[in-house]
Design a protein around this ligand. Structure first.
Ligand code: ATP
Ligand code: MG
Ligand code: FE
Length: 341
């Protein structure tokens, strides 16, 4: 099958054409860094307007690049949440209009399912079930991915997401926006042992993550005025690595059925974090799979691919599918200490 996938849940507008045999026929993406940089973070109204301006031209460019007409597409997939509601509605409404006009089925996707299945686009040998460390701008979770549509959440963050911690740290240190890559670059020039920072919940009997205390400690280290920003960045990144390793190691012990340890989401584009999780997989005799860097941060190909997976499973949605600002991947998971999903 051939699926058109649209993404617009945050600050990337994207459209891609992907086949069920993993061929990426086109993959178009427009970021909005310049528009949001003056504000040091994503401004929802600016994002929604940019999605409106860019989505249709990107769809046309993707179809043109692939030499495909809409009639040759088997289904149209779009992120329907979770995310910034104005942006989500742009992609979802565009997909509905195209599906209606071309008489094609609609697949209203959970953005997190896009991240969760993206490693299978990258690696044809990755089988269910696998243990997934999903680390992104809005989420930090450990999930047992049992099959398409079956995600068992083992852990989540009780406060900030991992990517959020990177973004806040970058802002505190004046490293710029977007924060993750800026912190990673600064950390290359710093000493990871220079600044003592906490490792929240490491060694804890509970399964969850926490990053808010780490961010506060970064603020205090900055205000102390005795450390170089590069040393704070490197020490912060090392603390995140130690937290991710400890929590993931705990989950490995509780998911003996997993065939592989897998990473996805924007923070999985961080090279030292990838290397650390790869090492953890090796120590536990598990295969390690992570998508290429461009497939970790938001993109249309992961949405088209998740659409292909749902298409194969016969999972479609009606044109009345709602846009959902909040949408847990595992609705049965109890909320961690009242935190969001
Ligand atoms: P979600 O997927 O939870 O809805 P999102 O879509 O905004 O959130 P992604 O696009 O998956 O998030 O990832 C963006 C996040 O990844 C940002 O917080 C960004 O700082 C972080 N990130 C990107 N590259 C890196 C990197 N090299 N190192 C660390 N963090 C990174
Ligand atoms: Mg982004
Ligand atoms: Fe994302």
């Amino acid at each position: 099958s051939l699926i058109l996938g649209l993404e617009s849940s945050c600050d990337e507008t994207a459209a891609a054409l992907v086949t069920s045999d993993r061929r990426i026929l086109a993959h178009k993406l427009a970021g909005q860094e310049e528009a949001h940089r003056p504000f040091g973070g994503v401004v929802p109204e600016i994002a929604a307007r940019a999605h409106v301006e860019r989505m249709t031209p990107l769809v046309e460019a993707a179809l043109a690049e692939a030499g495909i007409s809409l009639r040759q597409v088997d289904a149209i997939a779009a992120t329907a949440g979770p995310g910034l509601i104005g942006g989500v509605m742009v992609g979802l409404v565009t997909a509905k209009a195209l599906a209606h006009a071309a008489g094609k089925p609609l697949i209203a996707l959970n953005h997190l399912e896009g991240h969760a299945l993206s490693p299978r686009l990258a690696d044809p040998d990755l089988e269910f079930p696998y243990l997934l460390l999903l680390v992104s701008g809005g989420h930090c979770q450990l999930l047992l991915v049992e099959g398409v549509g079956t995600y068992r959440r083992l852990a989540t963050t009780i406060d900030d997401a991992a990517g959020e911690a990177f973004d806040k740290t970058a802002k505190l240190l004046g490293l710029g926006f977007p924060g993750g890559p800026a912190v990673e670059r600064a950390a290359l020039l710093g000493d990871p042992g220079a600044v003592p920072l906490p490792r929240p919940l490491v060694g804890s009997a509970e399964p969850h993550f926490s990053f808010a205390g780490l961010k506060s400690a970064v603020l205090r280290a900055r205000d102390a005025g005795i450390h170089r920003p590069e040393d704070i960045a490197a020490s912060f990144q090392q603390a995140v690595i130690d937290c991710l390793i400890d929590r993931t190691a705990r989950a490995i012990g509780r998911a003996p059925q997993a065939t592989a340890l897998v990473m996805a989401g924007g923070v999985a584009a961080n090279t030292p974090i990838r290397a650390a999780i790869e090492g953890l997989a090796a120590r536990n005799g598990l295969r390690f799979v992570a998508p290429p860097l461009w497939l970790c941060t938001d993109n249309g190909a992961m949405i088209a691919w998740a659409g292909a997976e749902r298409f194969a499973a016969g999972l479609f949605d009606g044109l009345d599918a709602p846009a959902r600002p909040r949408w847990p991947l595992d609705p049965t998971a109890e909320k961690a200490r009242g935190a969001g999903v």
